[in-house]
Design a protein around this ligand. Structure first.
Ligand code: NAP
Length: 276
């Protein structure tokens, strides 16, 4: 039961109806019998600043943010963690009654926690496709994890160049048309584009040059088995789907708002899978 003392958090986005975060956090709230609630907050980008400014006055503990809100709120923050500073975007806010707003970025954490058990010590060459907000978090995570060579390609070359400039020499950019050749000798392939997502075209790629030992991960999780994940699995590569990233990125946020370090269980994955 929700009491008058319930701790409230939510997700601010536009659109927000597709978000799995309410199911995820409310599952944990119920599992740990916490007097709390996590709600979807559909907020248009043009209203984002006004709404975030008002949240401390409403006693909201914190929110997750989807694009483009992740970058819009940066000027409102009292402080932010090192990952948010390095990535240049926040996906989680901790809000206090005194009006302070702390920003965190847990996307990089979620990405690496999801793939770490599968990559072991193979951290030489990673290939990243995409140069949007998620690719930024992925690249930061790979640099932090100690990958020695990170190659990136994006349909819009200028965005890839801007991302590489942001990470000052740690990312090598290749032309989108050369993506198949980039796979030679790779330990890891990451799809950080929105290709393969329900309603989008599949990622156009040939895996012929990719070593069979390379881990293939897709951060798209609707559908869970994207055409890339299927093609990689069919030729025997180890694969990691994107749902784990979503679940792992929620852990530090839940802990910050509700004070419990939540467990990731097969039951939780199944509940989320039913909603995809
Ligand atoms: P974004 O900033 O909008 O970036 C989209 C990326 O996809 C860009 O690199 C874009 O290339 C590329 N792209 C889109 N359509 C394309 C096409 N037809 N051909 C080639 N490239 C195309 O989005 P984002 O926030 O980075 O998110 C990317 C995906 O990751 C989304 O599907 C999102 O749902 C997913 N995601 C998952 C998690 C998770 O927890 N698993 C977390 C964050 C995001 P251009 O630059 O050329 O447009």
């Amino acid at each position: 039961m929700i009491s008058g003392k319930a701790k409230v958090a939510g997700v601010v986005g536009w659109p927000v109806s597709h978000s799995l975060s309410p199911r995820l956090h409310n599952y944990w709230l119920s599992h740990y019998s916490i007097d709390g609630l996590y709600i979807p907050l559909p907020v248009k980008p043009e209203d984002c600043i006004e709404v975030i400014k008002i949240l401390p006055k409403m006693g909201i503990r914190g929110v997750n943010l989807t694009l483009p809100h992740k970058e819009l709120v940066m000027p409102l923050l009292t402080d932010m963690d090192d990952d948010a500073r390095a990535i240049g975007a926040v996906n989680t806010l901790m809000i206090s009654y005194d009006g302070t707003i702390q920003g965190m970025n847990t996307d990089a954490y979620g990405f690496i926690k999801n793939i770490r058990p599968h990559i072991g010590t193979r951290k030489n060459k990673a290939v990243v496709l995409g140069a949007g907000g998620a690719a930024r978090a992925v690249c930061h995570a790979l640099i932090k994890e100690g990958f020695t060579e990170i190659m990136l390609a994006n349909r819009t070359q200028e965005k890839a160049d801007a991302l590489a400039a942001h990470f000052a020499g740690r990312i090598q950019v290749r032309a989108w048309d050369l993506r198949n050749n980039m796979l030679e000798g790779a330990d890891l392939l990451v799809n950080a584009t929105s290709l393969g997502m329900e309603g989008h075209e599949p990622l156009p790629i040939s895996l012929d040059a990719l070593p069979k030992t390379a881990v293939v991960t897709d951060i798209v999780y609707i559908p869970l088995v994207t055409p890339l994940i299927k093609a990689a699995k069919d030729r025997g590569n180890p694969v990691v789907d994107g749902l784990g990233m979503l679940i792992h990125q929620a852990v530090p946020a839940f802990k910050a708002w509700f004070g419990v370090n939540p467990e990731i269980t097969p039951e939780l994955r199944n509940i989320l899978l039913k909603a995809t």
